[in-house]
Design a protein around this ligand. Sequence first.
Ligand code: PLP
Length: 374
Amino acid sequence: MAVYLDHAATTPILEDIAKEIYQAMLDCNGNPSSTHQYGRLSRTKIESARAEIAHILGASTGEIFFTSCATEANNMILNRAPIDLGVARIISSPLEHHCILHTLERLEHEQGIEVVLLDVNHEGRVNIESLEELLPSNKKTLVSLMHVNNELGNVLDLERVAALCNEGAAYFHTDAAQGVGKFAYNLETLGAHFLTASGHKFHAPKGIGFMYMRHDAQLKPWLTGGAQERNIRSGTENLHGIIGIHKAMMQAYDHLDDRVTHLQQIKSHLKKELRDRFDDIMFNGTENSQSPHILSVSFPPSAKNDMLDMLLDMDGILVSGGSACSSGSVKASHVLEAIGSPSDRKTIRFSFSHVTQMDEINKTVQALENILLG
Ligand code: PLP
């Protein structure tokens, strides 16, 4: 079995979650919009998932909407906010996921929405203090900042940003695709208007996510059709995906403290081993305010750097190599570029989940030694 340290990209579906979905695929197949008993059974599963997810996050049931993924939920918020909420300016950062940045580019070019990207420093800390100068404004504003950065592991101070947005009369959206399942939220008190999440980041299947939309920040239908999801997002619901994300959420929050403690131990062990064994190792991201599931490591210049992730792969260690492959071409990461990461160094992102074992970390360090020092 390979050592899988790419949990920020996606997580495996846990066996008991897969079993529950499989059983539901055999037993529960009615269209949730049908009024007969098969339909009602499916509807019950969806609504109990919605209610429990809302409860875990301190939201009301009517504020949770299932989507196909975080990308869809983020697109929906950014695209609809100018139309439905009169947003004329969106403040974000250059470190956001492409589903935010590419959407902002389009909104700017096609609809003339003003886009402001906040400065970031070499650690990837977003200059949220500048919100004090930018807000309030006579242009209705949406602030869209991710909770946990998927490449660096940096954690945004959500409470502070929400307070600044509320003082400055701006809407606040946070992409929490990397945060949900690892952090506790109380959306009732937080002050965010929108939050998005993705099931496959915390052991649910791919193709299911959700959006929190606060009762006083109502968007109009994003997909029109059969009026599912309270008419916001039509299309027959991904019933089995919803059953999966429901179970994954329950497990994540029932065991949150244990999982986080385990992640912290894994991450600090890897950090220590790397520091002890390699010269000139650096860690990307902020020193404090880090998520326990991501460690972004900057290796010093070496002839092996270009192939490091591939050589690790050949040794059965699966990581992310600080670049993204889209449509077949490998591009340097926009996040590493934005923080001015030196191009002669090599970044590897190691990311973990509660299933990651200490001996997998030891194997990884050994493989790195063999490749870089052997
Ligand atoms: N936002 C962040 C921060 C992510 O890490 C990801 C996935 O990598 C996404 C959004 C997109 O999530 P999905 O795969 O559910 O569309």
